[in-house]
Design a binder for this molecule. Sequence first.
Ligand SMILES: NC(=O)c1ccc[n+]([C@@H]2O[C@H](COP(=O)([O-])OP(=O)(O)OC[C@H]3O[C@@H](n4cnc5c(N)ncnc54)[C@H](O)[C@@H]3O)[C@@H](O)[C@H]2O)c1
Length: 363
Amino acid sequence: MLKGALIGCGYIFPRHVRAWAEVPDAELVALCDLDLKKAQRLASRHGIAHTFASIDELLEKKAGELDFVDVAVPPEAHRIVVEKAVSHGINVLCQKPMAHTLEDSLAITRVTELASVTGAVNEMWKWLPAYARAGAMIAAGELGHIERVRFTAECNLLLPRRGEFAFPGVADEDPDVYEELFRRYQPMPRMILLDYGPHILDVLRFWFGEPTALRASVARTHPGVAGDDAVNVTLRYPGFDAEMAIDVSRPGPQVRDNLDAEAVAVRGSKGLLTVMAGKWLEWHPADGESVRISFPQEPRVEAFRNSHQDFVSSLKERRSPQSSMRDSLRTQSLVFAAYESSRRDGSWLSQPSEFASSHPCVE
Ligand SMILES: NC(=O)c1ccc[n+]([C@@H]2O[C@H](COP(=O)([O-])OP(=O)(O)OC[C@H]3O[C@@H](n4cnc5c(N)ncnc54)[C@H](O)[C@@H]3O)[C@@H](O)[C@H]2O)c1
């Protein structure tokens, strides 16, 4: 049984603790949070033996027993926490985004590789059942030649919710969650591309590999936030473009009022694949009957479990995890290349997946 500590007991904690409870061969033996009382309360609720108020205390007392740490602290603290854990030879699963700066993303990747431990980023969207199924169909050539891809996430994340517009079958969020999200996003100088963009860019890389070029425009439309809330990115692939559009201050056409507002359309020579809110997938063949496949209403539960499972399996099988630090650095590269393209009025940047390594000083 692999033993781990979960560092950070905030908003995303319930997803992690549930995933660990469902992954065989791994268990949490400690929680760590600057708010020790919160860690103690949660540890007692989930039957976790030890609690610590700092990573230093955790490592001092428990380093010898730990096979891994699961890092769920805010992105600004990822680097210091990862550096300390790997300096004790401990494997790391780190939440996304890997970091808020290019410099920290590179440092996290390098320090993990130098320490010869396994490092992974919890890029769990590729494990959402609908996106995994879409990926399998694309990889099997069921769509034929890809002609056009559009991945949109248009919702009112930054506006008060109006439940009567909620899309049927997609749960709306608690108003308290909205307040908390707004409070958190409001001061960020770089916002939605940095925080939400990696999810979509990682899925596009998972489906289609590395783009040859990228261009982007990044804008702020909501007067109450400091950073970007509307983003358009075009990834160029041989033979087609994949467009990503995120707009979180104006409800989109498909899902007017929900958080889970992602809509995907992949057109191939053999038909059109659509995925809505990660909850259902439709295949419209050029000749033949359309098919709809529905997925669980809480697909993220499965996605977190599968992401954590892949990390544990990679440790046991001594292989690279699917979302290794190096792989995730390529996703981060696309994020920072997109900001840079926008700064250059939307000009094309070539080899954007290598951007972080080749432009370590651009910020
Ligand atoms: N995969 C997803 O869909 C998803 C969704 C939300 C958040 N996240 C990511 O999860 C991570 C945590 O986000 P959150 O929303 O839970 O944050 P949060 O602010 O709600 O909670 C973070 C917790 O970490 C603690 N903390 C901060 N610095 C610490 C340190 N140095 N040592 C120990 N504890 C520390 C805080 O006290 C707090 O309890 C972030 O990286 C975020 O981007 C991912």
